[in-house]
Design a protein around this ligand. Structure first.
Ligand SMILES: [Cu+2]
Length: 234
């Protein structure tokens, strides 16, 4: 029979395991554009009548989405240096790349190498998913039917462009990293990287049109470091 103390010990252990790990700090990043606000063009989808009719509203180009306040959407902010040789568990959560209204959703996302990503066709028209990778094998396959799904993974870190060979206006980017410390800015230019171990890091902000800028940041336990990235007009 267990003593009361032993039972208490077992209970304490359970409580310890059940508690979330609250170590680390975070980075709150903003991405700004310094220059004349780029105009978005209306995409012409007439080449495929399905696509032309698939969207009730006009669809704007996505290669440079800057708010009136100058904040930039679809910037991948990530830890570029400072993690050393640390290895991180691959998330089992599946990322998704959906083809809907003859556009990729999301246009830009970030995930971890070997993390599964479901490529899905929500349209009743043929799409083809062509990756332009340099550090790993590219893929190129068709999804002819609505409801088609295929799971893909990326084996190495790099930012991979994806295109549809049928509809030239369709493109997407997947940032692949060997760690979980990455985020993509929303339309207000904000994003947050959480649970970063305390330390000094080089952060990078990447944008498909504006390029990449870097900044150093110091992360302390339980604190949110604020970083602003500015892309300058060329
Ligand atoms: Cu397509």
């Amino acid at each position: 029979m267990k003593t009361f103390a032993a039972k208490l010990g077992a209970l304490a252990l359970v409580a310890m395991i059940a508690q979330p790990v609250l170590a680390g700090g975070s980075v709150k990043a903003k991405a700004k554009f310094d220059g004349e606000r780029p105009r978005r063009t209306v995409l012409k989808m007439d080449a495929d009548q399905y696509c032309a009719k698939a969207n009730e509203k006009k669809v704007g180009s996505e290669e440079a989405i800057v708010s009136k306040e100058g904040m930039v959407k679809n910037v991948i902010v990530y830890v570029k240096d400072g993690l050393g040789d640390a290895e991180f568990e691959v998330p089992t959560e599946k990322a998704e790349l959906n083809q809907q209204g003859c556009m990729y959703h999301p246009h830009v996302q970030a995930l971890q190498a070997k993390q599964p990503m479901i490529v899905k066709n929500s349209d009743a028209t043929l799409h083809n998913i062509h990756s332009f990778a340099e550090k790993q094998k590219a893929f190129n396959f068709a999804q002819p039917k609505q409801g088609d799904e295929k799971e893909v993974t990326f084996s190495r870190p790099e930012i991979v462009k994806i295109k549809c060979d049928v509809h030239p206006w369709m493109s997407a980017y997947v940032g692949v990293f060997d760690h979980p410390f990455h985020a993509v800015t929303e339309k207000d230019g904000d994003c947050e990287i959480a649970n970063l171990p305390p330390g000094e890091y080089t952060l990078a902000a990447w944008h498909e049109t504006f390029g990449e800028v870097e900044q150093k940041v110091t992360v302390a336990d339980g604190e949110a470091a604020e970083v602003e990235f500015v892309f300058k007009a060329k």
